[in-house]
Design a protein around this ligand. Structure first.
Ligand code: 13P
Length: 302
């Protein structure tokens, strides 16, 4: 029987490996990313977030699912629905249950609900509501607690200030309560990571190099006991990521660095999609091989 995403995550945790989840803000990125994962004989998630069909070019969850089903490889690629915010980056309310239900119908194998802009109790309530729907469909659900900054349409404080003051970091007591009461399967945490910017004026900028409070990851993993997720995976100091995986991170979201590689290539050869796809393919293979050390991971996992 085909392996399910939850089993992949738990096996990766047991092996001490991180599973990358590659964002697709352009429909055309699905093919080269899927091929790169397969050609490295690796295992990874392919994901799309609401902001990527609202503000970029992924069109809809159904369109990404259609593309995924064309290029997927059994035992290598898994389709995940990234950030479905309850309150979005422009502080507007979102019909999150409808979007998650559409994604489940389209064949997504895991989903995310993001109630991180709500109070703790409201985050627990909405996550539990979405979790019931995901579990009914027999798929796992990721939630977020703490503030992983960068998506909002406003200027972020300097990175060093965020790190030094632990601004927005996920709190241990809240995380323990959240996991017990929300039924989420994986938890996205704020531990020094920041998202690449998505607002129009700044989305081309290079991200500041982030690092991770690895002791805090270890403490969170101790109280949560479920796979933890690191958002904002682009441009984090390499040793930080490797240590964070040892400490409890299992899934790592990678968006900005592959998106910027695609966009840069389109600019270089005025809109040549095949050239840009080739660049994405090579970049994804390089990331899997030289950053995650995940070549041949499929042999160990599936
Ligand atoms: P980056 O764009 O910073 O890699 O973050 C991706 C992400 O976390 C998507 O959820």
């Amino acid at each position: 029987m085909a392996m399910k995403t939850q089993a992949v995550m738990l096996k990766a945790r047991e092996l001490g490996k991180g599973i990358p989840a590659f964002n697709c803000p352009y429909v055309e990125m699905v093919k080269p990313i899927a091929e790169a994962i397969k050609d490295e004989n690796s295992v990874a998630l392919i994901e799309v977030a609401r902001v990527e069909w609202e503000k970029f070019y992924s069109q809809s969850p159904e369109r990404i699912a259609e593309e995924f089903h064309k290029y997927k490889s059994e035992g290598h690629t898994f389709l995940h629905l990234d950030h479905i915010p309850v309150i979005d980056e422009d502080y507007k309310e979102v019909d999150y249950m409808d979007l998650i239900s559409r994604a489940i119908k389209a064949g997504f194998q895991s989903v995310m609900i993001d109630g991180s802009r709500l109070s703790l109790d409201e985050n627990i309530r909405t996550t539990a509501e979405a979790a019931a729907m995901a579990h009914e469909a027999d798929i796992p659900i990721e939630a977020e607690l703490g503030a992983v900054m960068g998506h909002e349409n406003k200027e972020m404080p300097p990175y060093e200030e965020i790190f030094a003051s632990h601004m927005g970091f996920t709190k241990l007591d809240e995380a323990e309560k959240f996991v017990k009461e929300s039924s989420c399967n994986w938890l996205s945490v704020a531990v020094g990571n920041i998202h690449g910017a998505v607002a129009d004026a700044v989305r081309d900028q290079k991200k500041p190099e982030a690092r991770i409070d690895v002791d805090h990851v270890a403490d969170l993993y101790k109280v949560c006991g479920i796979p933890l997720v690191l958002h904002g995976g682009s441009g984090i100091r390499h040793e930080s990521v490797l240590e964070a995986i040892k400490a409890g991170i299992t899934k790592i979201n990678v968006g900005t660095e592959v998106r910027q590689c695609y966009e840069q290539a389109l600019r270089e050869r005025s809109g040549d999609v095949e050239y840009a796809r080739e660049k994405v393919y090579l970049r994804t293979r390089d990331y899997i091989k030289n950053y995650m050390y995940n070549t041949d991971l499929a042999d160990q996992i599936c």
